[in-house]
Design a protein around this ligand. Structure first.
Ligand code: SAH
Ligand code: SF4
Ligand code: F3S
Length: 461
């Protein structure tokens, strides 16, 4: 379309936030919006915000400040540039955003993206539009599916939201307030989406949800299905080589899902299983509803089902009342599990959550010190985990062109990036690769088998 309007969507949050950004762009395509890589010259900029920690939430206001300048410039040139705020900050403090930031035209909560075309039309007429209600209709049904070319552009590995929201109410977390109650999409709708992705060249699908293993979507007959059953169904979709899911809660790790890890070769042996803390006192204060021992038992059951399984996790240090001993318990849990990687966070008080009101906040210097110690331990474990692959032959899903000419980059089952000399025709296939060395953030390897030799010689490697 020669005179299509341009929309730029910027994601600040988790994978579900990124998924939503794509679906917003897909929904606006039939309304005549083409996706732009940056805000320059865009007719509409959507900031898809994250509220999980203070730093994430603050980014929104500095970004709006930058966009305001562009908006004023556009107005001088006689163009209209609309600014929309979406996502979890919009959901939590939509009215506050409108009050604080006059440049914002439109605020859309995390469950209302399907209403965007109509909201934008109103905003374009000069109305300030805000919609942060939790609607009765299903936003997934109302959102447009991406076109085949769009899917292909987004790559070999795709994310699909299967579950949204959270009923767990950990005392530190905003998600139950910004995403609402847990809902699951029906099995066959997900299977259709995955089949469409596979048809457009996607080979790896990660099922996402705030508590993805609490999944209980309806199966073909209307009965609730487990995540294990969903995975078994999706493993049958032609073209799908790899399945993953994230993020899991330890309490929702049922026997069926554990069995799926033993049964399904498509299900990758890498599980993100947040624990947050290794101290029972703190786990109780966090309202995690599991103990240290329960978590360790879940890890052991998963490893028994699939011995090559590796784990990553999320940790919060400096939760209110966390003592030096509690923190040592976290370090010892990390030692006991042995992680392939983890995300570590200093506790950030979030307005409206119960933990923010606890008097006994840990001093910032102490939080930072604990964060560094934990990060150093995890970095060591991660390095050891990666180093152990050197000399092994590993199945790699080749995803795209690498750093050097003739090089492709792919992923191991454990999401490690691997650089390998290989012809572009192999993109989208799983090939055996002999890992030869370990760089800072990536592994290097050679195609295992006869085809590799002339190629490597040609590329001068
Ligand atoms: N549903 C997932 C993850 C939710 S948010 C779970 O149950 O674990 C992702 C991560 O952000 C959390 O696992 C937690 O480690 C971190 N996080 C959430 N709220 C936080 C806060 N107030 N301060 C610091 N980290 C936080
Ligand atoms: Fe937040 Fe806890 Fe729900 Fe995870 S389980 S989204 S940490 S409330
Ligand atoms: Fe952030 Fe919302 Fe995701 S708060 S982490 S974007 S669910």
């Amino acid at each position: 379309m020669a005179n299509a309007r341009k929309v730029h969507v910027k994601s600040f949050g988790c994978q579900m936030n990124v998924y939503d950004s794509n679906r917003m762009a897909d929904t606006l395509a039939p309304a005549g919006f083409a996706e732009a890589a940056g805000p320059e010259g865009a007719d509409l900029v959507i900031l898809n915000t994250c509220n999980i920690r203070e730093k994430a939430a603050d980014k929104v206001y500095s970004e709006i400040g930058r966009l305001r300048v562009m908006k004023e410039e556009a107005a001088r040139e006689g163009r209209q540039m609309l600014i929309a705020v979406a996502g979890c900050v919009a959901q939590a403090e939509g009215r506050e955003i409108m009050r604080r930031a006059g440049a914002v035209d439109l605020v859309v909560g995390s469950q209302n993206y399907h209403r965007l075309p109509e909201m934008i039309a109103r905003a374009a007429r000069g109305e300030k539009v805000i919609d942060t209600e939790f609607p009765v209709e299903d936003k997934f049904d109302a959102l447009a599916a991406p076109k085949r070319e769009e899917i292909a552009k987004r790559g070999i590995a795709a994310f699909v939201t299967v579950q949204e929201g959270c009923d767990k109410f950990c005392t530190f977390c905003v998600v139950p307030y910004t995403r609402g109650a847990e809902i699951s999409r029906p099995v066959e709708k997900i299977a259709d989406e995955v089949a469409r992705l596979a048809d457009a060249g996607v080979r790896e699908v990660t099922l996402i949800g705030q508590n993805v293993n609490a999944y209980h979507g309806a199966d073909g007959g209307g009965a609730p299905a487990t995540l294990g059953q969903l995975l078994r169904r999706l493993a049958r979709v032609p073209g799908i080589a790899r399945l993953r899911y994230t993020t899991s809660h330890p309490n929702d790790m049922d026997d069926d899902l554990i069995a799926a890890h033993a049964d399904l070769p498509e299900l990758m042996p890498y599980v993100h299983l947040p624990v947050q803390s290794g101290a029972d006192r703190i786990l109780a204060a966090m309202n995690r509803k599991h103990t240290r021992q329960h978590y360790l038992d879940v890890v052991a059951r998963l490893r028994a089902a699939r011995p090559d399984l590796a784990f990553s996790s999320d940790f919060i240090v400096g939760f209110p009342g966390e003592t030096a001993q509690d923190f040592e318990d976290t370090l010892s849990l990390v030692d006991a599990v042995g992680y392939a990687g983890a995300y570590t966070f200093a506790y950030s008080p979030r307005p409206g959550t119960p933990a923010a009101d606890i008097e006994d906040q840990v001093p910032p210097e102490e939080k930072t010190e604990r964060l560094y110690r934990l990060q150093a331990l995890i970095a060591r474990q991660q390095r050891d985990f990666n180093a152990a692959f050197v000399g092994k032959t590993v199945p790699i899903l080749l995803e795209k062109a690498g750093r050097l000419p003739g090089q492709l980059v792919g992923k191991t089952p454990y999401l490690q990036a691997v650089q390998v000399m290989a012809p572009a025709a192999l993109i989208g296939t799983v090939v055996p690769v002999a890992i030869t060395s370990l760089g800072t953030n990536t592994l290097f390897g050679e195609l295992a088998g006869g085809a590799a030799a002339p190629l490597l010689a040609e590329a001068g490697a």
